[in-house]
Ligand binder design. Structure first.
Ligand code: ADP
Ligand code: F6P
Length: 324
């Protein structure tokens, strides 16, 4: 069912992620190529409610594919969670003639898109978050860059940790999800990976393992701790006290969200951005773009928000098996 949408909008919402710019570029250029007008909405739903809306040309997205962050900027917006805010947002989009909206963000941002779709705006979501925690898709834009940034930082901590024969508790982002921690744990050869999905809070087991590892001649002990568990500074103090091994905590923090996107993030963002516009041109609404079994697909947002993705047990087991 094709429709004759003339103007679309694009916004980025929630935490920024490397590759969001490549997605914006793909949305703008695909739409312009199909003869549509494109309006960029600055600062996510917050900017939409303040009518921060700018016309976008092909040149406006020149020289951004390689840049981290989002040129449209992003925000979190409490008002958009209210019915009044949602009606106001839909009214503003209609006032500007924006019939279709591409929302680049996470689950929260898609919930906003779902509400706008119910109010007569055609909406498509693109998964953009370093956390990889969107259940309907195997990939989210930003994860690859963030995990490589974290991996390189952890390598550096490991050098000094080994030199001083210390234990290091290194906290990586991910909100309530452990994907960044799991991947860093495997890639950095960590002795211990603490995932919110798996953690049993039995710290004594970790302490015993540190002591055993020391006896076996290991010079360092790297614990990758997911943000969803947190408490890294106190954890390091407790470990030092119990094991006698000097222990330091490093919280990598927001540096994981910045930087030039990797090739993978640029390519996924470009394809997902183009697909979002294709879906709008087919008359689709309330959909989110995803990637599964090697294919770019799309789901109904209601369905997508109810899906459940698990931490891959086999990968977690391998990480543990390799940490001897
Ligand atoms: P993410 O999109 O990365 O999950 P957030 O959860 O912070 O990030 O959501 C981003 C924004 O989406 C929120 O600040 C809010 O404006 C909007 N949003 C979140 N949940 C809802 C909801 N249930 N209904 C409407 N809008 C929502
Ligand atoms: O969702 C991305 C993310 O970086 C999470 O990993 C983290 O929990 C959160 O955003 C941090 O948000 P803020 O930038 O508001 O501190």
């Amino acid at each position: 069912m094709a429709n004759h949408i003339k103007t679309i909008g694009v916004l980025t919402s929630g935490g920024d992620a490397p590759g969001m710019n490549a997605a914006i570029r793909a949305v703008v250029r695909t739409a312009l190529g199909k003869g549509l007008n494109v309006q960029g909405i600055r600062r996510g739903y917050h900017g939409l409610l303040n009518e921060e809306i700018i016309n976008m040309t092909a040149r406006d997205v020149s020289d951004i594919i390689q840049r981290g962050g989002t040129v449209l900027q992003t925000a979190r917006c409490a008002e958009m969670r209210t019915e009044e805010g949602q009606r106001k947002a839909a009214g503003i989009l209609k006032k500007y003639g924006i019939e279709g909206l591409v929302v680049i963000g996470g689950d929260g941002s898609f919930a906003g898109a779902q509400k706008l779709s119910n109010l007569g705006i055609n909406t498509i979501g693109i998964p953009g978050t370093i956390d990889l925690d969107i259940d309907c898709t195997e990939y989210t834009i930003g994860f690859d860059t963030a995990v490589n940034t974290a991996m390189e930082a952890i390598d550096k901590v490991r050098d000094t940790s080994t030199s001083h024969e210390r234990c290091s508790v290194i906290e990586v982002m991910g909100r309530d999800a452990g994907y960044l921690a799991l991947w860093c744990g495997i890639a950095n050869g960590a002795e211990q990976i603490l995932l919110p999905e798996e953690h049993d809070y039995d710290e004594q087991k970790i302490i015993d393992n540190i002591v055993e590892n020391r006896k076996r001649g290991k010079k360092h002990y790297i614990i990758i701790n997911a943000e969803g568990i947190g408490d890294s500074i106190n954890m390091a103090k407790r470990i030092e006290e119990a094991t006698g091994m000097e222990t330091r905590a490093t919280i990598l923090g927001h540096m994981q969200r910045g930087g030039s996107p990797t090739c993978k993030d640029r390519v996924f963002a470009s394809i997902m951005g183009a697909k979002a516009v294709d879906l709008l041109c087919e008359g689709k609404t309330n959909r989110v773009v995803g990637f599964s079994h090697g294919e770019y697909i799309d789901f109904d947002i209601d369905e997508a928000l109810n899906m459940k993705k698990e931490i891959p047990e086999y990968q977690y087991k391998i990480a543990k098996d390799l940490s001897i």
